[in-house]
Design a protein around this ligand. Structure first.
Ligand code: F6R
Length: 610
């Protein structure tokens, strides 16, 4: 939700903190700040607005500090303002802290601290942290942090800088990510590995309940439950440009274009040489366990939920097992039928979404085995699951998810085929044509990008001034329509709705007026006659219908005003192609409307609060 950065080492801290914040701006962008230790004093600079506003306020005065912390905020408690920006200070301005998460008992703590004479400057929950550390500080920052977190309820990743401990930083985490980067004689904290990749590839992921001390001379020490613990350093082999725009105007466009590559990464090493089986070495299900599965529960939020809807259809058709898909935030309200005979599939790009994490824990409590589909390595969800299938899409920086979605679909199809073979539902011969198409999918997505981008850019011009756009489809197409509508509304702010095409005449068709854009997905030949009827109904009310179909589908093309043509593929796999034009349409509509594509208003990349 927010982005944290910290540095201690021989280099000037301010430029490193600013770079680290820029690399994490997608996590929150309504205010930002830094605190560095300079001339035995904490220098605090904060600004409401984007990091550029903070940079302006710093005005090139990088100073001489070589230790500091920084934060980019997505407001929860206290509206965006200079005062509510992090870092926050204690009463004496000797301790500065940044925080990602929510301190649920902050009001009680605040009252308790006020009773003891502490004076608060902001309306944030975070400000209780430096005051608590101040209360407990007795010359040992680590001990004060341990006592502080023992008082906290809620979630946090937090880093503290103290004037009396000038070459050290202390941090703690619970249910919010925090990474330590280990360089040559220098150390970093960040919320996201992508922010550190330009400085070091050696990273240590803090785990829940960890408290870490970075001492410039002695290195990193981690404690959990008051005792020292060992945390493995992992080597991140991403391309150093992975978190850069690479010549594209926006991360979103770069990530859309990275999809063929990302799909290739997801597939790598997972397809048997004869293309008759999927090899998921991460899973070690016994035949007995597979026989015991009665149902599958997929839980996720937003775009990942939309991927789950496609997964449900593929799994039910191939495995003949009931599959339920839940929005993670709704999951707890319906007493789901989940027990040890349930296979739970938890999908999350970030692996940190709080609603999804809580749903995972609920599934575990009820006895389900848990497979996570995640993109971010070593994230909380990937750690807490029994098995992780990584999507390997590389860092996704744009707030609007694109390459994560397509690779989540790929993993879901692979998992479906893997299970179908092992549950005896499909033979290698039956799967081979599908697996062979999976293998060639990166190339096909490349063809979609090459063939329709210009046409979509023009189509986006036509819909940019409309306040409503509709997406319709049946079966798989309906699931993808939901994702297309979400993409359009979140980045272009055009109101967009997806409807099961057959539902239109049960109410929504009343909204159709002359010229209104409707995107009609028609990639399921078996459903074409009905889709054609739906499109004709829309045309009778003068809607402007943009179809999305395959080359040979004359029936669809004849009734649409314009048709975007996809390369041929088995209809089962069509979501991985049909989503691409919809991503581009949303992107170009947002650009045409002058929207901030990578940082849409009110949103942040990873939602680590409830
Ligand atoms: C939309 C989008 C969000 C996320 C959702 C879940 O473009 O990105 O809807 O899909 O917040 O995030 P993860 O997958 O990180 O759990």
């Amino acid at each position: 939700m927010c982005g944290i950065i910290g540095y201690v080492g021989p280099r000037l801290a301010v430029p490193i903190l600013l770079e680290g914040l820029k690399a994490q701006e997608y996590r929150g962008y309504d205010s930002a700040g830094i605190a560095v230790l300079e001339n035995d004093m904490i220098r605090l600079i904060r600004a409401q607005g984007k990091i550029s506003a903070l940079e302006e306020r710093i005005g090139g005065e990088v100073g001489t500090a070589t230790v500091g912390i920084g934060h980019t905020r997505w407001a929860t408690h206290g509206r965006p303002s200079d005062i509510n920006s992090h870092p926050h200070l204690d009463c004496k301005s000797e301790i500065a802290m940044v925080h990602n998460g929510i301190i649920e008992n902050y009001q009680e703590l605040r009252d308790w601290l006020i009773e003891r004479g502490h004076v608060f400057a902001s309306q944030t929950d975070t400000e209780t942290l430096p005051h608590l550390v101040e209360h407990y500080y007795n010359g040992d920052l680590l001990a004060a942090m341990m006592q502080t977190v023992a008082r906290l309820e809620g979630s946090y990743a937090t880093v503290a800088l103290c004037k009396h401990d000038p070459r050290r930083l202390v941090a703690a985490r619970r249910d919010n990510p925090l990474i330590i980067g280990i360089g040559e004689g220098e150390y970093f904290f960040a919320s996201d590995m992508a922010a550190l990749i330009q400085y070091t590839r050696n990273m240590l992921v803090l785990q829940n309940g960890d408290i870490a001390l970075i001492d410039e001379e002695k290195g990193v020490s981690v404690y959990n439950d008051g005792k020292p613990v060992t945390r493995e350093t992992i080597y991140i082999d991403w391309d150093k440009d992975a978190a850069q725009k690479g010549g594209y105007e926006h991360f979103m466009l770069k990530e859309i274009h990275e999809q063929p590559w990302a799909l290739g990464q997801t597939l790598r090493g997972r397809i048997a040489a004869d293309e008759r089986d999927i090899e998921l070495k991460e899973l070690d299900f016994s035949t007995e366990y597979l026989r015991s599965i009665n149902n599958i529960a997929i839980v996720a939020c937003g775009t990942a939920y939309h991927a789950g809807l496609v997964g449900k259809k593929a799994m039910e058709s191939m495995l003949r097992i009931p599959v339920e898909v839940d929005i993670a935030s709704e999951f707890q309200y319906r007493d789901p039928i989940i027990d040890r005979h349930t296979l739970a599939i938890i999908i999350s790009q970030s692996g940190e979404t709080m609603d999804t994490l809580l749903a995972l824990r609920e599934c575990r409590k009820r006895g389900a085995k848990i497979v996570a589909i995640c993109n971010v390595l070593d994230s909380t969800i990937s750690r807490e699951a029994d098995y992780v299938l990584y999507t390997w899409a590389g860092p996704e920086i744009a707030v609007a998810s694109t390459k994560a979605y397509i690779t989540q679909l790929m993993v879901l199809y692979m998992l479906t085929f893997y299970l179908a073979r092992r549950m005896g539902m499909k033979s290698g011969d039956e799967l081979q044509p599908l697996i062979s198409q999976l293998y060639r999918l990166p190339e096909k997505v490349g063809q979609v990008l090459d063939s329709c981008e210009t046409e979509i850019e023009q189509a986006a011009q036509q819909l940019k001034d409309w306040s409503d756009v509709f997406f319709i489809g049946r079966g798989y197409d309906y699931s993808v329509a939901l994702e297309g509508a979400l993409k359009l509304k979140e980045i272009s702010y055009i109101h967009a709705e997806a409807y099961a095409a057959g539902e239109l005449k049960h109410g929504t068709i009343a909204l159709i007026e002359p010229g209104i854009p409707v995107i009609a997905l028609a990639t399921q030949p078996a459903m074409h006659p009905r889709m054609v009827s739906n499109i004709v109904e829309l045309k009778a009310r003068d809607a402007h219908v943009i179809g999305l179909s395959f080359g040979g589908c004359q029936d669809v093309m004849e009734v649409c005003d314009q048709t975007l043509v996809l390369p041929d593929i088995d209809p089962l796999l069509s979501p991985m192609l049909s989503v691409v034009p919809l991503q581009l349409l949303a992107y170009y509509a947002a650009v045409a409307r002058g929207c901030e594509v990578d940082q849409p208003r009110n949103l942040a990349k990873s939602v680590t609060v409830l």
